[in-house]
Design a protein around this ligand. Structure first.
Ligand code: CDP
Ligand code: MG
Length: 752
């Protein structure tokens, strides 16, 4: 019978991406008026040469930033984002002039490095040029992104330009979401997904071209892919690799890829006036809000881009801004407030690209994602508090933690540059010039040199790469970090005594997540609670599910308390999830209970994907019902290293591994609740370093489980008193000798 699939687009008989499809979207928009654009261009040209702009930049130094912003009014009425027909827009991008040259260099070389300003059209255009020239006929054209939001939004944009549905000729693949089909010729994906694919297909045989985009971000996955792809290329002369970067690391990349050619796309940017604060800001969130309000009330048209560190901060600031504008009543022009972070739903994501209606102003509050991966047109003002949340290895704690840390000078400049894409812009740095010069590092440290390497090493082991010392890293991670990761994999039984992959380790690699989480999932089957752990792991994959608006904190806290489980946050999460399900997963229920509707939708999606992996890998789905002790045991099986014991004398806990003082986060269900009888030992999901080291997502455990479930890590200590003491095992082997042995490796890994 005839089956009609609404997403699939019929393949054209020539087998290549149809030109008609690529041009289709043009016609629809051709009607728009081009004259408006010309007028705007003229205004821009004038503004560029306006001597006032230069003079004012000098004056700035003698005023506080706030005074300055108030005083400075329009110098020129800058154009806003134009709604040109799409093909015309495409031709207007700087990369377009390089089209023929780029294609010629790709044809003649296996490797190519492309450097160009953000917004020049690298990500959206080059894949299309390649497809137009038939590179999509012999294999898929892949383009990797360090962030999932970028991969998704860019795929949508390109599908629009090509004139197809997402998932047809143009698709994407990110963790827990795959929108591709037989027809897909251009595939945007996270670098993590391509790395995961390399496990089963080290030759990358499905692909004709791989574009490693945003290579300057130097994520671990991109760094690993450098080496894996170089290796694959030696076996596949027809495979093409394109590395793109927004900054000038090009020489290093070129050298690594056998001195390959570098093509630079001439930029098209306008001057950006950079302003600093006079004094360091005590509360950067407060100053951020003030800055946005100042711009909104006193600066000429143009949208604002604000860089914050995470979902929670962004949601809270959106809330505050909304209240501030509302309080001004009709005296304030409309302010469209838009959050951007990685867990954002796709419908919200597309809103950020919508043109701002005239008379209104848009403010986008984004994480680091807007630094290079996403280009939002019409931005004239950037507010940069100078911070970013990164995953960093903390030697004192012996593990990764999320840290809010200062950005590098390169990042600060990149951020400022975002204001100069459509016309001359302004960047408000909420830090002093001397902080910029003296306290910020010139460049960002590659992730591989600062974070936990367990996942990466597990991946390499699964690929049979045991000789880590001779793996061709562009910048090798510190040996100590590699040893630590090997040790950790051994502790969670992913590696055996000799550093070889165990069958359990092989199973962990099926899950695209930290090995500790994978271990927890696998262990949950044994403990008879995989249904519950699946829900908890899905909940942990979103940043926050609770919603706590500033003016209703008390009310929100009360509602949250009703979900509190006496054993802590993991089971509290489970309570929320179950209640959400029982109440039909509705938005109203979420609103009534101060739960983030968007986050919960994503939780459902993640869970659905995890269930698919569980089934594929033949892990049973079982529920433990009310016997939630098994849930806590399964958590211990994965997270036994993240455990702490209440200090008998002080208000803090001490980690069992390193004795470091850590505090209960005030958002925990256990905050202020643990008595010595029930909360002596706890397990936590992550540590967040702010003023103190805070445990996030905490659950009470029974110390006996540690010895039973993690015998390679804990034992019962000899003690004079009758009371048992749990201590970590440290001297399993001579550490150095062990490391030497582990990193040398032999033969192929087990379980392949
Ligand atoms: O990769 P690169 O930074 O060089 O530029 P791009 O991401 O290809 O962006 C080229 C143009 O497409 C910019 O003007 C973007 O604003 C636009 N774009 C868009 O409108 N919507 C998207 N989702 C992505 C890009
Ligand atoms: Mg790009």
């Amino acid at each position: 019978s005839l089956h009609l699939d609404p997403i699939r687009v019929v393949k054209n008989p020539e087998g290549s991406m149809s030109r008609a499809a690529m041009n289709g979207s043009v016609l629809a928009k051709e009607r728009r008026d081009k004259r408006i654009q010309d007028a705007k261009d003229e205004a821009k040209e004038k503004a560029r040469d306006d001597p006032l702009v230069k003079i004012q930049a000098k004056e700035t130094a003698n005023m506080t930033a706030a005074q300055e912003w108030r005083r400075k009014q329009a110098t020129a009425s800058y154009g806003k984002r134009t709604d040109l027909p799409m093909q015309e827009q495409r031709r207007g991008l700087p990369v377009y002039k390089m089209r023929e040259e780029l294609l010629a260099v790709v044809r003649a070389n296996q490797f190519l490095v492309i450097v160009g300003e953000t917004g020049s059209g690298k990500t959206t255009q080059i894949t299309q040029y390649l497809a137009e020239e038939g590179f999509g006929d012999t294999g898929i054209i892949a383009c990797t992104q360090p962030r999932r939001v970028a991969a998704v939004s860019v795929a949508k944009r390109v599908a629009e330009e090509v004139g197809c549905k997402v998932g047809a000729e143009v698709g994407y693949s990110v963790r827990f979401e795959n929108e591709t089909s037989e027809a897909t010729k251009i595939k945007y994906m996270t670098d993590g997904m391509l790395q995961q694919e390399a496990i089963v297909d080290p030759n990358m045989s499905r692909y004709s071209v791989v574009m490693l985009d945003e290579a300057h971000e130097r994520t671990i996955a991109t760094d690993v892919l450098f080496a894996l792809l170089k290796d694959a290329c030696a076996r596949r002369p027809d495979l093409k690799i394109i590395v793109t970067s927004a900054t000038l690391d090009s020489d290093k990349f070129s050298k690594y890829f056998n001195d390959c050619p570098v093509v630079t796309i001439p930029g098209r940017t306008f001057p950006v006036e950079v302003m600093y604060t006079r004094e360091p800001e005590a509360d950067y969130l407060q100053s951020t809000i003030d800055a946005v309000m100042q711009i909104h009330m006193f600066e000429p048209v143009g949208d604002i881009l604000v860089f914050l560190t995470g979902q929670e901060e962004i949601e809270a600031s959106c809330e505050t801004l909304y209240e501030r504008v509302k309080a001004l009543g009709s005296s304030a022009p409309e302010l469209i407030i838009l959050p951007v972070y990685s867990a954002l739903s796709s419908e919200m994501q597309s809103k950020i690209f919508e043109e701002t209606p005239s008379g209104a102003r848009k403010v986008v509050l984004a994480t680091n994602i807007a630094e290079t991966s996403i280009t939002i047109d019409g931005i004239f003002y950037v507010v940069d508090p100078g911070f970013v949340k990164i995953n960093a290895y903390d030697a004192k704690l012996g593990m990764d933690s999320l840290v809010v840390s200062p950005i590098s000078q390169a990042q600060a400049n990149q951020r400022a540059g975002r204001a100069g894409r459509t016309g001359p812009g302004k960047c408000y740095r909420l830090y002093t010039e001397s902080a910029f010069k003296r306290e910020m590092l010139p460049n960002t440290v590659p992730e591989i040199q600062r974070t936990n390497l367990t996942y990466m090493i597990l991946m390499l082991k699964v690929m049979g790469i045991n000789d880590l010392l001779h793996f061709e890293f562009m910048d090798p991670p510190p040996a100590s970090a590699m040893i630590m990761a090997l040790e950790e994999l051994f502790r969670i039984s992913a590696l055996d005594d000799d550093g070889f992959l165990t069958p359990l380790g092989r199973k962990m690699a099926d899950f695209p997540m930290e090995p500790t989480l994978a271990k927890t999932l696998i262990a949950s089957v044994e403990h008879g609670c995989s249904e519950e752990i699946l829900s908890i792991v899905s909940l942990l994959s979103v940043q926050t599910i609770f919603y706590r608006p500033k003016d209703k904190q008390e009310q929100a806290d009360k509602k949250k308390a009703r979900f509190h489980h006496p054993h802590g946050d993991h089971l509290t999460f489970l309570n929320v999830y179950n209640a959400y399900l029982q109440n039909g997963c509705t938005r109203t229920w979420c609103q009534d209970n101060f739960i983030q509707d968007r986050s919960m939708k994503r939780v459902l999606e993640v869970r659905r994907q995890l269930v698919a992996i569980m089934k594929r890998s033949r892990h049973e789905l079982i529920s433990c019902g009310a016997r939630t002790d098994s849930v806590r045991k399964a958590l211990v099986a994965g997270f036994f290293k993240n455990t702490a014991k209440k200090s008998p004398t002080d208000p803090f806990y001490q980690t069992l591994a390193e004795n470091t003082p850590v505090y209960m986060h005030p958002s925990s269900a256990l905050f202020g609740k643990t008595s010595s009888s029930n909360g002596q030992y706890v397990l936590y999901h992550t540590l967040l370093l702010t003023t103190k080291e805070y445990m996030h997502c905490v659950t009470v455990i029974d110390p006996k489980w540690l010895v039973a479930l993690a015998p390679t890590f804990f034992k019962v200590a000899e003690s004079n008193t009758k009371k048992q003491k749990i201590v970590p095992l440290f001297n399993r082997h001579e550490k150095d000798q062990d490391a030497w042995r582990l990193s040398r490796g032999r033969g192929t890994a087990e379980g392949q």
